[in-house]
Design a protein around this ligand. Structure first.
Ligand code: ZN
Length: 308
C-alpha cells in the first residue's frame, strides 16, 4: 500500500478514522492530505466495480420523482446564470458521469447541444443524448460552453488529471460546474466515519475550498481558471444527509434507510420505523440544514470555474 496522496503525490498524510462500506461491510481508512487538503480512502480498490451494485442510485419511484423535480429547477438555474454572460444561440454541454442522461434531457429541452460521458455498461441503446464512454481527450479543444459534473467528480480517480483535460475542452469564458460533498461541512465534522456522503470507497475524493484552489493552480500551465462561485447547494441532500448521519450514530449498521430508498432493503418494518424517525427528526434536521447552508458549510458544494 502506497502512503501517498493520489492527487498531489505528497506523503504528508493525516489518518482521520476508519469507515465501513455499507454495501460490502469492508473497512477503509480515511486520510487527509496536509498538502492539497483532499480527504480520501487510502487504499484504492483494484476492482472498483464490485462496490457499485446494480441498485446503487436506482431509487424507489417517489425518490426518483423528487430528484427529477429538483434537477429541473437546478439546471434551469445553471442555464439562466450561464446565459447572462453568453450570446451563443447553440451552446454545447458535456456532462461527465451523466448516468441515464436525465439531466442532459433537461439541457436538451432548453435547446442545448448535449454530450454525456458514462461507463459503457450504463449507456442505453436508444442513445439520443450523445452519451459515450470515449476518452474526454478525444473531444476537440475549446469545444464546450459548459462542462458539468454533478455528484460525479468525487468518484473519479486522479481529479487533477481530469480537471487538466476538461480545462482544455472548455471554451474561453466557458464554465466548469462541479457539485461534490465537502469535508468542511458541519455534517462531515459531526458524522466523521458515519457521514452518509463519505461513501467510501465509491467517493475517492472529498474536497474543500483549499483542495479546489490547489487543483486550479495545478492545472495553470494548461488553462487559466478562476473560481467565480463557491456555495452550499441542495437542501434535499443536506436534510437527508443530516437525517441518515444522525441515525448512523445510533445504529451498528450504517445507512439502513438509505438502503431502503435504493431498494436494497426490502423490510417494510425497517421502512416504517425509518419513516417514524424521519417524522420525529424532521424539524431539527431542517433547522440544522438551513443553518449549515446559510453559513456555506453545507454537505454539498457547488464550485464554478470560469476559463479566462
Ligand atoms: Zn494531496
Amino acid at each position: 500500500m502506497k502512503s501517498i496522496c493520489n492527487n498531489c503525490g505528497d506523503k504528508n498524510l493525516k489518518f482521520l478514522y476508519e469507515t465501513t462500506d455499507y454495501i460490502t461491510t469492508e473497512k477503509f481508512k480515511i486520510h487527509k492530505c496536509n498538502n492539497c487538503d483532499l480527504l480520501f480512502p487510502l487504499d484504492y480498490p483494484e476492482d472498483i466495480n464490485k462496490y457499485y451494485p446494480k441498485k446503487y442510485r436506482s431509487y424507489i419511484p417517489i425518490v426518483k420523482k423528487i430528484i427529477d423535480i429538483k434537477s429541473k429547477l437546478y439546471i434551469e438555474n445553471v442555464v439562466k446564470n450561464y446565459s447572462k454572460n453568453s450570446n451563443n444561440l447553440k451552446n454545447k454541454v458535456l456532462e461527465i458521469g451523466c448516468g441515464d442522461g436525465s439531466m442532459l434531457e433537461i439541457f436538451k429541452e432548453l435547446n442545448w447541444e448535449v454530450y454525456g460521458s458514462e461507463r459503457s455498461s450504463i449507456i442505453q441503446e436508444d442513445n439520443k443524448l450523445n452519451i459515450s464512454n470515449k476518452d474526454i481527450d478525444e473531444y476537440p479543444n475549446e469545444y464546450f460552453n459548459l462542462i458539468f459534473l454533478y455528484n460525479s467528480f468525487e468518484h473519479l480517480y486522479k481529479p487533477k488529471e481530469i480537471l487538466r483535460i476538461i480545462s482544455k475542452k472548455i471554451k474561453k469564458n466557458g464554465l466548469i460546474v462541479i457539485c461534490v460533498p465537502s469535508h468542511e461541512s458541519f455534517q462531515c465534522r459531526f458524522g466523521k466515519e458515519d457521514w452518509v456522503h463519505l461513501d467510501a470507497p465509491r467517493h475517492l475524493n472529498i474536497f474543500s475550498i483549499k483542495a479546489f484552489k490547489y487543483l486550479m493552480q495545478s492545472v495553470a500551465s494548461t488553462a487559466t481558471l478562476d473560481i467565480t462561485s463557491y456555495k452550499s447547494i441542495s437542501f434535499d441532500l443536506e436534510f437527508y444527509g443530516w437525517f441518515q448521519t444522525i441515525l448512523n450514530k445510533f445504529y451498528k449498521e450504517n445507512n439502513l434507510f438509505h438502503k431502503y430508498l435504493q431498494d436494497m432493503n426490502k423490510s417494510k418494518l425497517n421502512f416504517s420505523i425509518g419513516l417514524l424517525q424521519l417524522f420525529i427528526l424532521s424539524v431539527p434536521c431542517a433547522i440544522i440544514s438551513l443553518f449549515s447552508m446559510i453559513l456555506n458549510k453545507g454537505a454539498i458544494t457547488e464550485v464554478i470555474f470560469m476559463k479566462k
